[in-house]
Design a protein around this ligand. Structure first.
Ligand SMILES: NC(=O)c1ccc[n+]([C@@H]2O[C@H](COP(=O)([O-])OP(=O)(O)OC[C@H]3O[C@@H](n4cnc5c(N)ncnc54)[C@H](OP(=O)(O)O)[C@@H]3O)[C@@H](O)[C@H]2O)c1
Length: 484
């Protein structure tokens, strides 16, 4: 018989659980993928009775699920599995009650999802252990951010590792749950056509952009202590970079894939005070207009301590010192209040050194463009003849869409559905291993130390633009442009 699972969500009343986790779990039920999940126990600090919590969950699911996916019969089944329990991270008695509840049905796997402040993770794990709620089948899922630098990340990992082994620890980066990120593995390692080109002989540069239209919204106090580098680059951008740049793994086994990803992170050249100016740009949004609507600047809206020293935009030129990628710049940029919301990876291949055609050779490059949001697509930008009776041949760009088949269009799911399903099934492939997260922090710490030492200024940019002019210059000095 297959293993049964009880899922306990710490932070079950919070924003993440309400908007993402419970809707994703409902969808797994709707698709018949969560049959082994016996119970979902959402926890929070308040004393809320079961039926009140279920009524709130009902209303929230109707708000956050697409209308077409709502099915009263699915809800009935889902509701029966949904429980609420009051748990405060420092209350022994609450954890004893939880252990008793879990013992009643004795599911094979107890899966603990920690979606509270990460500073509580150590306490929650040690209380779970002390109450006898953890056995060798138990697993823990950790939400980001895992610390604010290497030392604090190491400390959280140490506390969690005192209770859960690495094989039972699932660190989430929801970008890894996106279909297109996994498709990147398929495109890279499944196509003999691309495989020989994936190196510094043929690739000119790689660009990774995660652009947001929104400002800091309700997260101002958290964001003012964090900034774009820690909030986005440390996790999403470096995870994507490591998948783009990794060597072919020996197999698709989680260990083999994660071994290759961490090697890439280890090869990132540290940014230093001496090169911080050529390699990095920090920005902060001023007032402006996004999609025609006037918006205020970060400093006006976030009256938080440290806001003056916080970047809401960062652009970096990263270099990977290894055999495959030496000499290929990886340009990374992310920011808030930019002109549009999108996340994209662009692999730009080297240009022809000479043009037979009416075009400037600088126009003659092929690109693989991998869009992660808002839509998930992959397209290969090639060149062919511009139709017409002109005497000299002229080339024009043509996009080959690699994800447009109707079958793919029928398959759409949120990243949290994929990741929750994998955690339920015990598959760690799309979760970050401890050494990956810590190696990423080591590089981020080098950037922060370089900024401190060099006194790297934070440059203002108008909301509704693509960041400070210096970000354009970062790429332009190398004779390149951001792909937009
Ligand atoms: N929201 C997102 O989109 C998002 C995205 C990525 C990562 N995350 C991460 O996920 C975590 C949760 O974020 P969130 O936005 O959901 O936060 P939130 O809305 O502030 O919710 C926090 C949750 O933690 C519970 N909690 C707070 N203090 C507690 C304590 N001492 N003991 C036990 N439970 C406690 C709260 O319970 P009560 O309110 O019932 O007391 C609530 O359920 C954070 O680490 C965040 O960085 C969030």
């Amino acid at each position: 018989m297959s293993q049964t699972v009880d899922l306990v969500i710490f932070g079950g009343t919070g924003d993440l659980s309400t908007r993402k986790l419970l809707p994703a779990l409902y969808q797994l039920h709707r698709h018949g993928l969560a049959d082994r999940l016996q119970r979902i126990v959402a926890t929070g600090r308040g004393e809320i009775d079961q039926e009140t919590f279920r009524a709130e969950a009902h209303a929230n699911l109707q708000t956050f699920l697409p209308e077409r996916d709502w099915d009263a019969a699915v809800w009935e089944r889902f509701r029966d599995r949904l429980h609420y329990m009051q748990i405060q991270a420092d209350n022994d008695e609450h954890f004893t009650r939880l252990a008793d509840l879990l013992a009643q049905h004795n599911a094979t796997v107890k899966l603990f999802y920690l979606a509270t402040l990460p500073s509580l993770y150590g306490d929650i794990c040690s209380h779970l252990q002390a109450a006898g709620a953890v056995d060798h089948h138990s697993r823990v899922v950790l939400e980001k951010p895992l610390g604010h630098d290497l030392a604090s990340c190491h400390e959280i990992n140490r506390q969690v590792a005192a209770v859960f082994g690495e094989e039972a620890t699932f660190r989430i980066d929801h970008y890894l749950g996106k279909e297109t990120v996994q498709n990147l593995l398929a495109v890279r390692f499944g196509n003999p056509l691309l495989h020989p080109l994936w190196n510094n002989t043929f690739v000119d540069n790689v660009q990774i952009t995660v652009a947001e239209e929104i400002g800091v919204e309700g997260r101002g106090s958290y964001y003012a202590k964090t900034g774009a580098l820690r909030d986005m680059v440390q996790n999403h951008l470096l995870q994507v970079l490591s998948i783009v740049a990794m060597e072919p793994p020996t197999s698709l086994d989680p260990t083999d894939i994660r071994d290759e990803k961490v090697k890439v992170l280890r090869c990132l050249e540290p940014i230093t005070a001496a090169n911080a100016k050529e390699r990095s740009v920090r920005g902060r949004y001023d007032a402006g207009a996004v999609k025609g609507e006037a918006v205020s600047g970060f400093l006006e809206e976030a009256e938080y301590k440290d806001a003056e020293t916080t970047e809401t935009f960062v652009a970096l030129k990263a270099t990977i010192n290894n055999w495959r990628w030496a000499g290929v710049p990886f340009y990374l940029r992310t920011g808030k209040r930019l002109s549009r919301r999108y996340s994209e990876i662009v692999i730009e291949f080297k240009k022809l050194s000479f043009s037979l055609f009416a075009n400037d050779p600088n126009e003659l490059s092929n690109k693989l463009v991998i869009r992660l949001q808002p839509e998930e697509t992959i397209s290969l930008h090639t060149l062919n003849k511009k139709p017409g009776l002109t005497r000299k041949l002229r080339l024009q760009p043509v996009e080959l869409h690699l994800t447009e088949d109707p079958q793919h269009k029928g398959v759409s799911y949120d990243a949290y559905e994929r990741l929750l399903l994998d955690a339920i099934n015990g598959d760690q492939t799309l979760f970050m291993r401890r050494d990956e997260v810590e190696t990423a922090w080591r590089w981020i710490d080098s950037v922060i130390a370089a900024w401190d030492e060099a006194g790297t200024p934070i440059k203002p940019y108008n909301s509704g633009t693509m960041g400070p002019g210096a970000a354009t210059a970062l790429v332009a000095v190398d004779g390149r442009n951001w792909y937009e």
